[in-house]
Ligand binder design. Structure first.
Ligand code: ATP
Ligand code: MG
Length: 454
C-alpha cells in the first residue's frame, strides 16, 4: 500500500487545531487514494472541535474561514499564499433519512469511530494522522488490497438511507476497476429504483466519473438495471437481439463495449457513445437478410436530447453530444472535399470527436466487419490532419474575399451578398477554385451574372 503524506497546508491546519487541544485527521478520499498510490485531489479533515470552535481557532490567528455548511459541521479554512482551501468537518452522526437523500438532522460526536461508521464504503471510512497512524475500523485497507467495494455496515440499510450511494458504488468500482462485494451488489440491485428520488445533478456527476473509469465495461454490463433506472430509455435496448451480421452483441451490450473502447478523457465523447444507439429499438425492421435500423441516428439524437436535458448536462456538452449521436453513423467518404464539407458543417473539434466515436463504435461490431471501416476512419484522420495543417479553407472566416468585395460589384447590402459568399465558399470547399482573391472575384462576377438572368 502507498504511504500517506499529508501536504503542508493540511498539516498546518491540523497543527493549529492541536494548539487549541483538538484532535484532527485527514479522512475519506485522500486516505483511500494515498493508500492506492494515487495523488489525492483534495484533503478533507475531520475533527472533534465543533464548527464554532474551528471558526474561533482560526479567526483568532487571523486565518480566513468560510462558513461552508455550519449546520452539517463543515468550515472551510483558507491557508497559504495560494489561498488553498481545506474543508474541516466536525465528527458527526447522520440522523434519519426520510427521503433517501438528506439526513433529517446531523449531530456532532466526540467519537471518530462513529463518524467513520456513517460513511458509505469501507475504502472511504479510514482516517489518518501522524500521531495515531491509520484508523481503519471497518477493514478499508484490506478492501483496497482485495480490490473490493463494500458498504460500512448493513448494505440494505445504507442504500435505503441514501440511494445516491448506489451510483457511488458503481462509480468507485469503475474508477478503480474494483468488484463489488456480493452482499453490497445484491442490495444495489434491490435499492436501485430509489435512485429516481435523487437530484439529477448528483446522478450526473457520479455517472460522469463512472463513464470515465477503467472498469466501466464490467460495471455497465453487471448493472444494466441501475442504468435503466437513471436512463429508462435504455430498457428496450437491454437484451435486444440485433439479428444483423455486423453485430454479435445486443444493443445494450454493443453500447457498453463502445463506451469502454474509448479510453480518452473527453466526457462528450463518452456520453455520446453511451447514447449513440439508444433510439435503435424505435426503428427496427426485419427482412430476409436480418434486422435493420435505418436512420437510427435521428431517434437516438432525439432521445439523447431528452436524456441529457433531464440529467442537466450543460448546453455545450449537450450540443456536442447531440451532434455526435446524430452523425455517428453517417457515410463520410475519405476525400478532401468531403472532409472540408464536414469541417464546415460541425467544426474541427466536433469532427475530431466524431472520429473517436466512430472508431469506438466500429470496434464494438462483429470482428470480421471491422477492418475496412477502421481503414476508412484512419484515412479520414489523415486527411483531416492535412486539411488543418495546410490551413485549407472550409469556413466563411477563412475565405479570401469578404462581403465588401461582393458589394464592389454594385450589390446592395442584403441577402444576395450572403448567398454569393456561400456559393463561393462551396466552390472552394469542393476544390473547384483556390482560396485566392483573383479567381474568387471572377467567380463572383459569373455568379452575379447568372443570378441577374434568373
Ligand atoms: P472523490 O475522490 O471523488 O472526492 P471522495 O471519497 O472524496 O471521492 P466525496 O464525495 O468528496 O468523495 O466525499 C468525501 C467522503 O465523504 C467520502 O470518502 C465518504 O467517506 C463520505 N461520503 C460522501 N458521500 C457520502 C454518502 N452519500 N454517504 C456516506 N458517506 C459519504
Ligand atoms: Mg473528495
Amino acid at each position: 500500500m502507498g504511504r500517506i503524506h499529508i501536504p503542508r497546508g493540511a498539516s498546518d491546519v491540523m497543527t493549529v487545531l492541536a494548539l487549541d487541544g483538538f484532535d484532527s485527521y485527514v479522512v475519506g478520499g485522500c486516505v483511500r487514494d494515498s493508500l492506492l498510490g494515487l495523488e489525492p485531489h483534495d484533503w478533507d479533515i475531520c475533527t472533534n472541535a465543533t464548527p464554532v470552535e474551528v471558526l474561533e481557532t482560526f479567526a483568532k490567528r487571523g486565518v480566513k474561514t468560510i462558513e461552508t455548511g455550519i449546520k452539517h459541521g463543515t468550515v472551510t479554512v483558507c491557508l497559504g499564499d495560494a489561498g488553498e482551501q481545506y474543508e474541516v468537518t466536525t465528527f458527526r452522526i447522520d440522523g434519519e433519512y426520510s427521503d433517501s437523500r438528506h439526513p433529517d438532522s446531523v449531530s456532532f460526536t466526540p467519537s471518530l469511530r462513529e463518524d467513520l461508521a456513517r460513511r458509505d464504503f469501507t475504502v472511504n471510512a479510514m482516517a489518518y494522522n501522524e500521531v495515531d497512524g491509520l484508523i481503519d475500523p471497518f477493514g478499508g485497507e484490506k478492501a483496497l488490497r482485495d480490490n473490493e467495494i463494500s458498504c460500512v455496515g448493513n448494505p440494505a440499510d445504507r442504500f435505503r438511507e441514501d440511494a445516491l450511494r448506489v451510483m457511488r458504488a458503481l462509480r468507485f468500482a469503475s474508477t478503480y476497476g474494483f468488484s463489488i462485494r456480493e452482499d453490497t451488489a445484491k442490495a444495489i440491485h434491490q435499492f436501485a429504483p430509489r435512485l429516481s428520488n435523487i437530484a439529477a445533478e448528483r446522478i450526473q456527476s457520479e455517472l460522469n466519473k463512472l463513464l470515465l473509469g477503467s472498469g466501466v465495461l464490467q460495471v455497465l454490463l453487471d448493472y444494466s438495471d441501475v442504468m435503466a433506472v437513471i436512463i429508462p430509455e435504455f430498457a428496450p435496448c437491454i437484451g435486444f437481439d440485433q439479428k444483423n451480421r455486423y453485430h454479435e452483441y445486443t444493443i445494450y451490450d454493443h453500447i457498453v463495449h463502445a463506451v469502454a473502447n474509448y479510453t480518452g478523457d473527453d466526457l462528450s465523447v463518452k456520453v455520446a457513445l453511451l447514447l449513440h444507439d439508444i433510439g435503435k429499438p424505435q426503428c427496427y425492421t426485419e427482412d430476409e437478410r436480418g434486422g435493420h435500423f435505418h436512420g437510427h441516428g435521428v431517434p437516438s439524437r432525439d432521445l439523447a436530447d431528452i436524456v441529457t436535458k433531464r440529467l442537466r448536462y450543460d448546453n455545450k456538452t449537450r450540443d456536442e453530444v447531440l451532434t455526435l449521436v446524430l452523425y455517428h453513423d453517417s457515410v463520410i467518404e475519405p476525400t478532401y472535399n468531403v472532409v472540408r464539407r464536414w469541417l464546415n458543417k460541425i467544426g474541427e473539434t466536433n469532427f475530431r470527436k466524431l472520429l473517436q466515436v466512430r472508431m469506438a463504435d466500429i470496434k464494438a461490431h462483429a470482428k470480421d466487419t471491422q477492418a475496412s471501416r477502421i481503414e476508412r476512419c484512419l484515412a479520414l484522420h489523415d486527411i483531416l490532419d492535412e486539411v488543418i495543417a495546410q490551413e485549407q479553407c472550409f469556413s466563411m472566416k477563412d475565405l479570401a474575399i469578404r462581403g465588401k468585395d461582393v458589394m464592389s460589384f454594385g450589390v446592395p447590402e442584403g441577402k444576395l451578398v450572403g448567398d454569393t459568399l456561400r456559393h463561393i465558399l462551396d466552390t472552394v470547399i469542393n476544390g473547384e477554385i483556390p482560396n485566392e482573391i483573383e479567381p474568387q472575384m471572377q467567380a463572383v462576377q459569373q455568379y452575379l451574372a447568372v443570378c441577374a438572368h434568373e
